[in-house]
Design a protein around this ligand. Sequence first.
Ligand code: GDP
Length: 302
Amino acid sequence: EKLFSGFSKTRDNLAVIDELLLYWNLSDTDRVLDELEEALLVSDFGPKITIKIVESLRDDIYAGKLKSGSEIKDALKRSVLGFLTNKEVKTELRLGFRKPAVIMIVGVNGGGKTTSLGKLAHRLKQQGAKILMAAGDTFRAAASDQLEIWSERTGCEIVVAEKEQAKASSVLSQAVKRGKEQGFDIVLCDTSGRLHTNYSLMEELISCKKAIAKIVPGAPNEILLVLDGTTGLNMLPQAREFNEVVGITGLILTKLDGSARGGCVVSVVDELGIPVKFVGVGEGVEDLQPFDAETFVDAIFS
Ligand code: GDP
């Protein structure tokens, strides 16, 4: 329901498609597809995906494969679903066999990293895992206070820096070491999110990754990039850069309960070939859901 309400603006933008298709006939195809193209662009699908979708509909219409407005609409929904699901990568977390599994949460400030980490801790704990949180955002003093609140809220233990301005990599390696010695199943690592254009952040993330791998070979098992779902296509260059530098294994899209820009989800998945693993639909402990492409497609098309 929250996802559905968050996409009301996207749905409104796309509602015009229903009207267009209701009165569609073959001779009207080019005009209808032009307007459909416009609706997809306004909904943040981006030019690349929009052109792919519209041209494949055009081909199928002129080849006689789509004979009615409702067949065109179904083909449109199938095509969007295809972009979200045709990757080899899985949407479930890959935690491997070695304990502890380590998940790094990365992204720019304000996107929802700490909140997502807290919600993920709650979710994994409910599934029976013993979770340790690591306050790796040593740059912003308030970040570890915020994570401590999540630690209390979820009943998960936490490792924080012992002194101000500690190195993020040493806090995370201390946490992973403790995770290993004390039999934790999963260590969830928060990281700093100062502007992604700041080179030293990327350097820091790389050294965090190396520090973790020194203690548990093969870890981090997941590096999840948190993207604010309300930022639209602006999330693309951001995602690209994080992926190039640290190698992202999955996405968490947050604030999809607000006024989320639906189409960019499809663009980012298609362009990076990285699956959305979770979506954030609020600020409460329960407000993180596994991503389900079909539910998503139903939420953006009325
Ligand atoms: P960080 O700087 O990336 O760690 O971001 P925070 O976790 O501090 O989140 C920034 C703001 O976004 C906070 O006010 C959060 O409560 C809010 N927030 C995070 N995720 C969601 C979400 O899924 N929905 C809504 N409505 N707010 C969110």
